[in-house]
Ligand binder design. Structure first.
Ligand code: FAD
Ligand code: AMP
Length: 478
């Protein structure tokens, strides 16, 4: 038994960041991680670094380069013959990136003086934390404060049981050794679209089965419609209103049964990715007498500062309400550590950007038109298409737009929505503006380098008031 100021359960982006910040603040800190990655090392970095954000982006980047080389160079007068993809080499590069980053997190924990325990952590009564190691041995530590950051795992659905061979989840979809000829994806959410895009770019015929009738319901309608049009044009066969009801694996292929408006349908694929969402990993994490409460969906209940019903016990990241995003988890981890130190830290939940790393990227921050309409807020919009951007045309990236939404009364920016080149980076500019309480006029007054993709943000801000220069404004104003 040892005593710690702060014990962190989980070393994902919520946990490792919390542990580092706690150590920076002078606390004697323990970070417990139970996961072992495919290299036999502790899964520092959690889902994000091992089987999530980073490996998926590594494959998206490789597959995009391949696709450009195979199909996108002609227009520039470049001929590249015999372009081919070595899938195992692509996977190895992805693994190298993962190893470098997970090793880096381990080194950072050490450099900050965080003690690491390998094993499964469980919160007991009176802020005691039990660690069960892989060999079954158990130790219990006393903690003044606890930050629980155990994250999430993929949801499984009975009609498509994952075997990680033919039917895979997001983790299995990062490990294919060759490009499947026909690939089915269940779920047209962020993960389904990203992983579907990877394998479509490498030549797979991809069919996406989505139970809902609406494409990307959480995204601004104008942006989602543009995204649907562009992704379909790229060859993703997106079938909306298609609910998967069963599957059968035979001779290495899977036949999927689904129902749509026309009735019972079926399709046969070489591989099937199940990407129907994630659920909190809260089973056997907190003892009943610990005082920490879970809701009916398994999320740990916390207040706006991530504190549970037990003072000094916090929970952050995918385990608690809000979007399942790495940056949201990290910010909550920092907030928890700082509040333990008595600081008045908070997270601005109104300004958490989200990104879908398709090509072009789809990114947003703040509120969209549908949310504002529902809330009865009067707003103005400004839209600037990349087809009117000199930089976008020079780069051969004319698809998409920047859309800015501002309060009709105060002109304060309420949301930014981008589909197009570098959307993830552009939306961050809107996020910065929102964080500083900027008006659309403020943003429109700023000087942007020419030629940049960023100029589309300025022009969208100007368009809110009908002042955009490089498009014909809908409502020209003085
Ligand atoms: P996790 O990252 O899940 O980490 C939790 C850690 O706790 C794990 O290492 C786990 O082994 C450990 N653990 C669990 N239980 C215990 C226990 N009892 N004791 C000790 N350790 C325990 N988000 C983005 O923001 N951008 C993206 O581009 C993005 N892409 C993604 C792509 C994919 C394919 C997936 C699957 C996810 C993606 N995400 C992305 C989501 C992102 O990975 C998660 O939101 C983020 O990792 C959550 O961080 P966390 O710290 O809450 O949990
Ligand atoms: P996300 O939660 O963003 O990861 O998206 C998961 C998607 O999977 C959601 O849009 C769900 O509607 C969809 N989904 C869940 N179950 C099924 C099913 N049985 N068949 C088809 N789509 C599904």
């Amino acid at each position: 038994m040892a005593n710690y100021d702060v014990v962190v359960i989980g070393a994902g982006p919520g946990g490792y960041v919390a542990a580092i910040r706690a150590a920076q603040l002078g606390f004697k800190t323990l970070c417990i991680e139970k996961g072992v990655n495919k290299f036999g090392k502790p899964a520092f970095g959690g889902t994000c670094l091992n089987v999530g954000c980073i490996p998926s982006k590594a494959l998206l980047d490789t597959s995009y380069k391949f696709h450009e080389a195979a199909h996108g160079f002609d227009v520039h007068g470049i001929s590249a013959s015999k372009v081919s993809i070595d899938v195992p080499a692509m996977i190895k590069r992805k693994d190298d990136v993962v190893q470098q980053l997970t090793g880096g997190v381990g080194a950072l924990l050490k450099a900050n003086g965080v003690t690491v325990a390998e094993g499964a952590g469980k919160l007991l009564a009176d802020k005691k934390v039990q660690v069960t190691r892989a060999d079954g041995s158990v130790e219990v530590h006393e903690a003044k404060n606890v930050i629980i950051a155990a994250g999430s795992v993929p949801v499984n659905i009975p009609p498509a049981p994952v075997d990680q061979e033919t039917i895979v989840d997001s983790t299995g979809a990062l490990e294919f050794t060759s490009t499947p000829k026909r690939l089915g994806v269940i779920g047209a959410g962020v993960i389904g679209l990203e992983l579907g895009s990877v394998w479509a770019r490498l030549g797979a015929e991809v069919v996406v089965l989505e139970a809902l009738d609406t494409f990307l319901p959480a995204v601004d309608r104008q942006i989602a419609k543009e995204a649907e049009k562009i992704l379909r044009k790229q060859g993703l066969d997106i079938r909306l209103g298609a609910r998967v009801t069963g599957s059968e694996v035979k001779k290495g292929k899977v036949t999927v049964a689904y129902t749509d408006a026309k009735g019972e349908q079926s399709e046969t694929f070489d591989k099937l990715i199940v990407a129907v969402g994630r659920k909190p990993l809260s089973a056997d994490l907190v003892a009943e007498d610990s005082g920490v409460k879970l809701n009916e969906r398994g999320f740990i209940e916390v207040d706006e500062y991530c504190e549970t019903a037990v003072p000094g016990v916090y929970a952050v990241g995918d385990l608690v309400r809000g979007p399942m995003l790495a940056h949201k988890a990290s910010e909550e981890g920092v907030m928890a550590a700082e509040r333990i130190a008595g600081q008045k830290a908070s997270v601005n939940y109104d300004v958490i950007p989200g990104v879908i790393y398709t090509h072009p990227e789809i990114a947003w921050v703040g509120q969209n038109e549908e949310q504002l309409k529902e809330a009865g807020v009067e707003y103005k919009t400004g839209v600037f298409p990349f087809a009117a951007s000199g930089r976008a045309l020079a780069a051969g990236e004319p698809a998409g737009m920047v859309k800015l939404i501002a309060d009709a009364r105060t002109d304060r920016i309420l949301g930014g929505h981008v589909i197009g080149p570098a959307a993830a980076e552009l939306v961050q500019q809107v996020a910065i503006a929102m964080e500083f309480g900027s008006s659309a006029e403020d943003l429109g007054l700023m000087v942007f380098s020419h030629p940049t993709m960023s100029e589309a943000v300025k022009e969208a801000a100007l368009a809110v008031h009908g002042h955009a220069i490089h498009i014909a404004n809908k409502r020209p104003r003085k």
